[in-house]
Design a protein. Structure first.
Length: 348
């Protein structure tokens, strides 16, 4: 399933099948589902009580994506995913609970359409994801492989280890077969505090494969974050805030940079201080910054050149931690800010 399209899913919610006159018309993509209770007489569709589309006891295998869901709300309970490149792609307010995500089973990997896997990708503005009680299996850095023109794997070389540059364009997250990644392509839709995980288990997953952040000149990369509420996802053994590689996330000396993952790790509950949270603000300056609620508009700054991940021309300044501004030189704890409004960081 999904062989001819990298984002194709075993289960897909996002098409729209409707009659236009006597003709049956199908729109294949990105049709949102605002699932709500049956509306009362005279109510508009958006006035019903919000309801979550619920998937229970579902098995998906041999897909590029397991479940691809464009709806506003979805809950996935007791699901299994085997031999997939990504377990789920979720938008809106969604959760994955009591799941098994098995990147590679005993099947011959030569039969798989794509051998590189990132189990779950956190997304950006207004996409709220909760992952709880989930086990990830068999995510180990893979060997290099050259695809044929038809898109089928070929030329397997078991003696060469892929060497991915996490600052370049190799793969979604920088290197292959990892568990947690994030978006990097856009500067407009910037992550807020919208992602949380708890009670995560790994089987045959080296620690190097837990997290990977693709470093790019975008707000999506700079403000990447999620909260590991019990330390099980990061292996820290305590509630931990995960932030991007920017020194902006280095809020105190009890934080540490994990260079293998390109992220900062900070205790959520520092000793003797209030609990830390992640906050998001938008600073609006006339003729300098624009906001659009996550929708690209003509006032938004555009990427340099024609490629994703390079929005350097949009930079208008920086934001720095108190006491770690320009006079600290290379030790400055800051992040660039752009004309696309939005700043996310730790509220200590």
């Amino acid at each position: 399933s999904g062989f001819y399209w990298a984002s194709g899913g075993c289960i897909y919610v996002g098409g729209d099948l409707r009659y236009e006159g006597s003709a049956l018309k199908y729109i294949s993509g990105r049709q949102a589902r605002n699932t709500r209770a049956e509306k009362k007489s005279g109510y508009q569709p958006w006035q019903g009580t919000p309801l979550w589309m619920r998937f229970e006891n579902t098995l998906m295998y041999a897909c590029n994506r397991g479940l691809l869901h464009w709806g506003y709300r979805a809950d996935i309970y007791r699901a299994e995913f085997h031999d997939i490149t990504r377990a789920v792609t979720l938008f809106g307010e969604s959760s994955l609970v009591d799941a098994i995500v098995n990147g590679v089973s005993g099947n011959e990997d030569i039969d798989m359409a794509n051998e590189h896997h990132d189990a779950f990708q956190f997304y950006d503005i207004n996409v709220k994801s909760i992952i709880v009680n989930t086990e990830f299996r068999n995510y180990v850095e893979d060997k290099c492989r050259t695809p044929t023109l038809a898109g089928t794997p070929a030329n397997v070389n078991k003696d060469i280890t892929c060497s991915w540059d996490v600052t370049a364009g190799a793969g979604i997250s920088g290197h292959n077969n990892i568990i947690w990644s994030g978006p990097f392509h856009s500067d407009i839709n910037k992550p807020q505090q919208i992602s949380a995980v708890r009670n995560i288990k790994y089987t045959n997953v080296p620690k190097s494969q837990y997290v990977s952040l693709k470093v790019a000149e975008t707000g999506a990369s700079r403000f990447f974050n999620f909260i590991d509420f019990d330390g099980s996802a990061t292996g820290e053994g305590r509630p931990t805030i995960v932030g991007s590689n920017q020194e902006w996330w280095h809020v105190c000396d009890d934080c540490r940079l994990e260079p293998t993952w390109n992220v900062w790790l900070c205790p959520k509950q520092p000793a003797g201080f209030p609990e830390r949270e992640v906050a998001h603000i938008e600073v609006l300056t006339p003729d300098i910054t624009v906001t659009n609620g996550g929708i690209q508009n003509p006032g938004s700054c555009r990427p340099a050149g024609n490629g994703n991940g390079n929005w350097s021309e949009c930079t208008v300044g920086y934001v720095a931690l108190w006491g770690h501004g320009p006079d600290h030189g290379d030790a400055m704890r800051s992040s660039p800010i752009t004309s696309n409004a939005g700043i996310t960081g730790i509220a200590a």
